[in-house]
Design a protein around this ligand. Sequence first.
Ligand SMILES: Cc1cc2nc3c(=O)[nH]c(=O)nc-3n(C[C@H](O)[C@H](O)[C@H](O)COP(=O)(O)OP(=O)(O)OC[C@H]3O[C@@H](n4cnc5c(N)ncnc54)[C@H](O)[C@@H]3O)c2cc1C
Length: 387
Amino acid sequence: MTNNFSESEERQALRREVAKLAGKYGREYFTEKARSGGKTTDLWLEIGKNGYLGINIPEQYGGGGGGIGDIAAVCEELAAQGCPLLLMVVSPAICGTIISRYGTEEQKQRWLPGICDGTGTMAFAITEPDAGTNTHNITTTARKDGDEWVLNGRKIYISGVDEADNVLVVARAEDARTGKVKPVLFVVPTDSAGFEYNVIPMEIVSPEHQFTVFMDDVRLPADAIVGDEDGGLVQLFAGLNPERIMAASFSTGLARFALDRAAAYAKERVVFKDAIGSHQAIAHPLAQSHIEIEMARLMTQKAAALYDAGDDLGAGEAANMAKYAAAEAACDAADRAVHTHGGNGITQEYGMAGLLVATRAGRIAPVSREMILNFVAMHSLGLPKSY
Ligand SMILES: Cc1cc2nc3c(=O)[nH]c(=O)nc-3n(C[C@H](O)[C@H](O)[C@H](O)COP(=O)(O)OP(=O)(O)OC[C@H]3O[C@@H](n4cnc5c(N)ncnc54)[C@H](O)[C@@H]3O)c2cc1C
């Protein structure tokens, strides 16, 4: 039954279908790829072939014509089956949204179909070593040289550059009229001359990796720029709510995966006379996690519904809250899942301890919990800006 607090029949069916597809692959597939240096390309392409990867992108460009709520459901169900794909957040949701909203007709035709079917994945690069959270301080510069642009700068923690054909790069360009520098977005092919990247060894058990990116006089044609040259922040902001809603879904999916494994183990493992799940010390933390995950999911669905209804402002507050709640719920669920497994919780065989780092990343990226608290303190409570 559909009402204001449950998702539509179509959305629920989508969840079931994605869960079934991802379930064929499962956690063992994901960790095996991660530990052997493999890639999850076959899963990625199958999601694309079934129309789930570009479900939020307009139909005329190969997408499903749905909303952020749909792609968030896909992301969550993949993670809930033990296959959390960070590039879901980046390629269809951030890059796909920005290009759909601000790209020219020609740019949409060139890049969106590949984002939808998975053959033209796009990474996203804003973070820089010296700017960090303070993205106003980025120093990657775009200089005009005749008809071309020349990019110079350095990015860090950029996910999936090795799997992407292009990276949507945030740079600063000088406004010809005012002389002020403004953020501008460029689609940069990963095989461009002067574009180099190195993997950052991370402690996350995932086939998807993070990279440092160096751009040394990367020359781009005039039509590599996405959106208005003078449009500044507007284009960039278009990707923020989708990014937060997707990050929240990534976290709630991982949290559900951890909790499912923990509950299953707690029902089976007997050390004294009954299964360990009969002890409230084990059962209550898991019940608490179930409540926290459901609350975070509800807020995520609210944020997606507001965004898809065109209420960007309302969606902003809800998306921040959802991302916060989901990351907290996921960190706690992973910790409780490890604890429920006792010593097995730390083994590679059970694969629980790796979730501690994967869920912990959700507190830091794509926006840290402190920046969300800053946002809520300022915008929801009207408190003074603290930084
Ligand atoms: C797994 C992973 C994948 C990523 N993928 C991408 C990607 O694809 N593309 C991309 O562009 N970036 C990516 N990032 C980068 C990510 O967005 C940044 O790590 C994040 O924005 C935090 O920036 P930082 O690491 O420089 O931390 P810093 O900015 O150095 O912050 C360090 C700490 O200080 C706190 N802090 C800073 N300022 C304040 C303040 N004003 N008030 C209170 N606390 C403050 C922060 O909350 C944080 O806890 C990824 C990061 C990770 C971990």
